[in-house]
Ligand binder design. Sequence first.
Ligand code: GLA
Length: 431
Amino acid sequence: MLSAKFLVALLAAPGAFGATNWIVPGAAWYDTAGKKIDAHGGGIVKRGNTFYWLGQSVSNNIAPQMYSSTDLLNWENLGVQASITQLWRPKYAKPNGEYWIFGQQDRYADSLVSSSLVGGYTQHAKVYLPPSSYSYSDTGMFYDDSTETWYLLTSADHNVVQVNAINSDGSVGTRASHSQSSAGAYEAPGMFKAGGVYFLIVSGKTGWRANPNKVFTASSINGPWSGGSDIAPENENTYNSQNTFELTVSGSQATTYIYMGDEWDSSGGASSNYTWLPMSVNTGAKTVTLQYYSMWKVDPNTGVVSTPSSSAKYPASVASVSGRAAISTRSIVSLSPGDEITFSNVTATGGTQWVKLLYDVRNREDGEVHLFVNNEPKATNIAALNSRAGYALEVPVALKLNEGSENTVTLSATGREGFAVQVKGIEVVEN
Ligand code: GLA
């Protein structure tokens, strides 16, 4: 017999119930086996019609782990790529006939090599970059298709982000350029090229805490780099994420540039999620602006970005409330700790469905918003389903709902006095 504990775990694993149909910034993202995707500080390459996502695996002591997908939504875990640990921010490169991974280990840039794209990587060399007295932190990667050259991006001591070509023997050689040290302290570098302009995206240095990531531009890979403007409204702290890689999807109708960020938990641990967003790129003004969507996807063939077209709306004014909750205006219910709001007769197609929770919080640090669905035995902290909880006004969560119109969804506020939750409603997104 299944234990009650196992049943709860099963209910909490939405990926186990079917295909992933949207990219949802901050939401727990499950692989095709129903496990949370564990590839942080990573990057993506495309070979044929397949995308390969390589990143650091928290559950394997920061080993490089790879996933593959043809739609950028459903990812199959191809496993750990080398018996190496503590290799941070691994990135793939192919400067010659062999396959390479570059990452940071023990404050050095490190390289691994394999005869195949998937699996079999062994350590090649600790890479000494000029000037060799520096110690290195975050690694990034950029492939310049105009010169067919791979560039290792590193952030180093002395606040310099370096751009070094990878030689055809896999060694790291010529320093193409470096960002201005006077411009500030940066890390987590990633790069893409659009309209002849090189865009270098970096984060500030605040450990695991998010900060406003910036963009620098140059008309040559050799620099000079200028800029340093925000890629999102400053107070959003890059929507609580940190840059790791820029992915270009060149389709038949559009080219879409994707920002890939990590939504780290307080220690870069297993509960960290991902924030991917399309970027609006202005090659004339040399600016980059993240286009924030709570749910979106890109068609890898056409390159076109889309968002869900329709959802059934359940405003707070039709819900029942308990506790001290009062209808403060016609459309917003304010919950204090101990209060609940229940949406009844919620219609669903059965199985896992995205539900957008529309609420704002006051004094975020003082409480949590919890969720009950139907007669589930246990409440879930919404932040465990989507780390945008409490930060964004629209938080999609994947819920297991019954087919038909009998579902109930309850939100409750818990925490200290002063914590308040203003609930506008919920929206069930059509599958
Ligand atoms: C920064 C780096 C991460 C990690 C943390 C540790 O966020 O970008 O890769 O090293 O610091 O504090």
